[in-house]
Design a protein around this ligand. Sequence first.
Ligand code: XMP
Length: 522
Amino acid sequence: MANQTATENLTAQRIVVLDFGSQYAQLIARRVREQNVYCQILRHDLSADRIAELAPKGIILSGGPSSVYAEGAPQCDPQLFNLGIPVLGICYGMQLACEALGGKIDHTPSREYGPAKCSISDQNVLFRGLPESIDVWMSHGDQVSAISDVFKSLAETQTCPYAAIAHRELPIFGMQFHPEVTHTPLGGQILRNFVIDVCGCEGTWHLGDFAHAAIEQIRSLVGKNRVICGLSGGVDSSVVAALLYKAIGPQLSCILVDNGLLRKDEQVTVIQEFTNHFKTDLHVVQAEDRFMETLDGISEPQEKRKRIGYAFIDCFKEEALKIKDAHFLAQGTLYPDVIESGADPDGPAATIKLHHNVGGLPEELGFELIEPLRDLFKDEVRRLGLELGLPESLVWRHPFPGPGLAVRCLGEVTREKLKVLREADSIVVNEIKAAGLYRETSQSFAVLLPVQSVGVMGDARTYDNAIAIRSVKTDDFMTADWSRLPYDLLARISTRIINEVAGINRVCYDISSKPPATIEWE
Ligand code: XMP
């Protein structure tokens, strides 16, 4: 795979987060990047030597679900405290620092979870510019109950005597609360104080510069060759295409596979939006029949996904092979994909989400892979899209799963059911947009339930299907809460769907959060 790190100068000053299994590790990294400082997530057990080689300006030890004294609890290399690089331990990370450098960690009788008032007794550099009392978010079982003489206390809460501590001589800090979550409103300032004032980062991570560097890098990598880019209408592939177009213009060919599982008018919109912005070589593969054939009689969700994945590869391959002189294939891999797939040998190896991303295609076709977004989080991709001149409507489009409407049409997928779902979905999305709530929700759509129930319409009895409305708010799509849509809006959506979409006589609102439910129904 080609090395596409287009950002070497921009990432020279970096903070690393060692991940001890925290649900917030990515959030910490994003918050650091909001300070215009590049931040990378690494394995918790990376050796101090390797960390020294990477030469970060600062190290953040994340929280984690374990107890530091538990057998098999994830540890860091204790030598990292001797590297002279500033360290900030958050929650479990603080407990590790105390364990390594002297202190006592106790199991609190009840797990502390939720808001707390934190009194700052020592402004120190970490709390510079903050008021004496701040709101913080706690989420821990254990806490530090005694510190050794090398540490001093900086802050406390009613139940936590060492809410924040600092080493007396070394640039080592710890905090029991979570500065990275929005429930700690001044947490951004604390992280800023750490990365800028303690670590001395200059804030060189800017997406405008990134675009510039990435374009230069793509040009030198690609030379006079042709690049193929799959287009889905989603943000990631559009931003990749925009970046490539800026870099190599006419050497770019895009492929859009219409699998018949797209939303209402989606193909037309994507083509329009795209050709309005770029005069690129766009290949649209009309493949509805092929997908319907492979889905015929199949109702098991994973089997549907698999068949759709294979059909997509076949269609894409056929089209790609028609494009002469293509040497590269561009993909919209993002940083969370890199972390979660274990593609970074220094990164935390997590399990790959089975349903996401089709692998193997570039190798099979003999293409070299270009992944210009592999250093970026989703919110950065959006901002980059705007930098590159993509319209807000495209940049802020809700994510749409690769298997499309097939996973929202429960059970067997047929053309008739898709037609019904498409109409209902378009009403849900358009009404949410009209109410000005599209940007406030993270993903909103309709699901067709193959459940027949009785109704009356006019004087006639009906026995029709139901539509579920799903609308969630989330930062990372790994957890999500259902959107509190106004009743009037829900009423309007329901009335319109029942009146306008033949075959539906009942509408329900999905009020499950994730976990335990998932965002998609299949
Ligand atoms: P779940 O349903 O797992 O969804 O809570 C989390 C996010 O992932 C999207 N999703 C998919 N995306 N292929 C995709 O490309 C898939 O098979 C798939 N399944 C879920 C989902 O829309 C949500 O944004």
